[in-house]
Ligand binder design. Sequence first.
Ligand SMILES: *[C@@H]1O[C@H](CO)[C@@H](O)[C@H](O)[C@H]1NC(C)=O
Ligand SMILES: *[C@@H]1O[C@H](CO)[C@@H](O)[C@H](O)[C@H]1NC(C)=O
Ligand SMILES: *[C@@H]1O[C@H](CO)[C@@H](O)[C@H](O)[C@H]1NC(C)=O
Ligand SMILES: *[C@@H]1O[C@H](CO)[C@@H](O)[C@H](O)[C@H]1NC(C)=O
Ligand SMILES: *[C@@H]1O[C@H](CO)[C@@H](O)[C@H](O)[C@H]1NC(C)=O
Ligand SMILES: *[C@@H]1O[C@H](CO)[C@@H](O)[C@H](O)[C@H]1NC(C)=O
Length: 495
Amino acid sequence: MKIFLIVLLCLLVFTGLCGATNPGVKVRVTKNGVNYANQVAHQKIVQQLQTLSIPDQSGKDGHISYTLTNIRVQGVTPPASSISLVPDKGGITWALSNFGIAIHADWRVKYKKAWIHISDSGSVDVSLSGVNLVETASFGIDKTGRPSIASSGCSDSIGGVDVHFHGGSAFILNLFRHTVENKIKDMLQPKICDEVVQVINNDAAKSLATMDVTVEIAKRFLLDYRLVAAPAITTDYFEILDKGEVFWEADVKESPFSPSPIPALADNSRMVYIWVTEYTPNTFFYQAQTHGYLKYNVTKDDLPDDQSSYLNTTCPFKCIGTIIPQIGKLYPNSTVELRLHSQALPKATASNKTLTAALSTIMDLYAHTPDRKVPFLATLNVNVSLTLKPSIKDEKLNAVISDHSFKLSVLKSAIGQLNPTLLNIVLGGVMDFVVIPKLNKIAAKGVQLPMVGGVQFNNTELILQEGNLLIGTDLQYKVDNTLRFKVEPYQIHTA
Ligand SMILES: *[C@@H]1O[C@H](CO)[C@@H](O)[C@H](O)[C@H]1NC(C)=O
Ligand SMILES: *[C@@H]1O[C@H](CO)[C@@H](O)[C@H](O)[C@H]1NC(C)=O
Ligand SMILES: *[C@@H]1O[C@H](CO)[C@@H](O)[C@H](O)[C@H]1NC(C)=O
Ligand SMILES: *[C@@H]1O[C@H](CO)[C@@H](O)[C@H](O)[C@H]1NC(C)=O
Ligand SMILES: *[C@@H]1O[C@H](CO)[C@@H](O)[C@H](O)[C@H]1NC(C)=O
Ligand SMILES: *[C@@H]1O[C@H](CO)[C@@H](O)[C@H](O)[C@H]1NC(C)=O
């Protein structure tokens, strides 16, 4: 029964998706988003038409050769534009209708047959009206995990062509203008789709095939935004399913876990939705942990100015040596260093209330004495739980630590029994003065989301859910840009 249901769902939803790997990150562009893209595209077309220039034309027809020079656009009727989602073609259809253009040009005609040479020139007004174009482009996935595009249907029509000759033997030419008009129509009509299909199959395909699909993080990691399946298209939206996995840049290998399915979302009111699942931070943690990245030595140099003596063993008021008197007594006039490293795979968890990260660390305490000795003091196990408040800034996902707690136990001590309450006080200070500010600085840098450049977020909402973070946003077109992330290209070699 369940199998039956799954098969049925596969048929109903999008066949390409079934059986595919779950994405770690998913981007949905809704109908509102598609309409906005259409608006932007339309504006661009109107803009480009305003500065349209047409190069000189020349051609040959039997014994007649002609040139058109000084072509000036006299008037343009920008086309109406609409983009729609076409699930059964796995793509989109772009319809442009009622485009018109009027040009004025100088013409020269030469007739040459045997000993007959005739040459004539003048000017001409040509106008096209009611030009319509419907192009469908289908999306897929190429073998590098990038989206692919191919034209899957094009049709066009020209409503009317109007030609008026001036000068020279214009009065004779005008007798044939209907023949010329039909000729232009017959010549142009197939050319329009030819050109459009070329642009889709060559230019657009090339720019998708060279699109950067990884983002470097902290100069060590790569966030992989390659697709795990072809874009999924329904009547309501267009979805891009990204791997969303973090790799160690110098040694790209898969993590041993996979993303959980992303629950359905019925709301399509924003232009774009982006899901970032726990999988993404957890693959980061996996790579960071296995490559020994998660370690840090806290020294007096890390302390803020107003707490500069916190790790001193001798001080008039509050420092580690006065909070834990035996340290102050054994090693006066010294400072303490805390060498931290993560001892187990950290875990990020998203629930409908909070986003948390749990770390289990080992902390070795050493003193730095005035005679340059570094005696070992103690080893602690400190488990830290961080609560993160995610936010969006400059189209990047970042976070601040809104809460933290820790639990410690003493594993080893070279300075006798250590009072846990006093250790908690010391560590609370180290967290507040050093660890949390440092982590906040890293978290504030943010991570680039899989969006094309040149758009700004507006009206953005962030929703925490079980297993993922959902970003819903409207877009606002910023600058001209190609389909590129602003990062260096990087070749992924899969294990
Ligand atoms: C911490 O200090 C020890 C001893 O000097 C050194 O071996 C280790 O590499 C340091 N760790 C980091 C993360 O700097
Ligand atoms: C803390 O220790 C450092 C280095 O030993 C020393 O320069 C500084 O004066 C000390 N601060 C206080 C308040 O004792
Ligand atoms: C610590 O430093 C102070 C001031 O420099 C000095 O008077 C004192 O003798 C030192 N204590 C030890 C144990 O070295
Ligand atoms: C959040 O999750 C808890 C437990 O999983 C559930 O009981 C609760 O209804 C959820 N709240 C919302 C607003 O979804
Ligand atoms: C920290 O976590 C580890 C592993 O999760 C556990 O074995 C250990 O008892 C915990 N330590 C403390 C102090 O809670
Ligand atoms: C941003 O969103 C607000 C609220 O929906 C809207 O009023 C405003 O026009 C939007 N700004 C742009 C530039 O689209």
